[in-house]
Design a protein around this ligand. Structure first.
Ligand code: 5GP
Length: 126
């Protein structure tokens, strides 16, 4: 695995406090904040604080503490948004775009938590 992390990406700048964000959750290893261009009534980005390019990089290189914290943070965001189906919420979708085929714009791992309306098909037909 040979990932080079670009520390000038926009989420690295958010983590360094160089760019403001609307924080939803801030834990030891994870930050969650509102997407600047929401594609649904609820659209939150969850990112690890470590320098990981995408999900497979994170899953292979992160510590267990980072992985547990990140996973639990996603659940905490769902709870904060009130969208957990098990608690009567309307549900949500998690997305982690990676690389060219995934059309990843920002090269720092982020999971989109999207909800607030019926979200339609998972993928557009070509
Ligand atoms: P990707 O296409 O990489 O999966 O998603 C990148 C996401 O980052 C997009 O949904 C975009 O709106 C969001 N984004 C880009 N720049 C900023 C920013 O400066 N602040 C916030 N909060 N979100 C951003």
């Amino acid at each position: 695995m040979a990932y080079a992390y670009d520390d000038q990406n926009i989420f690295a700048k958010i983590l360094r406090g160089e760019i403001p964000n609307k924080t939803v959750l801030d834990t030891e290893h994870t930050l969650a904040f509102h997407d600047i261009a929401p594609q649904a009534p609820e659209h939150v980005l969850v990112i690890p604080k470590g320098a990981y390019v995408n999900f497979d990089h994170f899953a292979q290189a992160a510590s267990e503490a980072e992985i547990v914290d990140f996973t639990r943070a996603i659940a905490a965001v769902c709870k904060e948004l009130g969208v957990e189906p098990g608690e009567g919420g309307m549900g949500y979708r998690l997305l982690a775009n990676s690389g060219e085929a995934g059309v990843q714009e920002v090269p720092h791992l982020h999971v989109h938590v999207v909800s607030g309306r019926p979200l339609g098909r998972m993928l557009q037909k070509q």
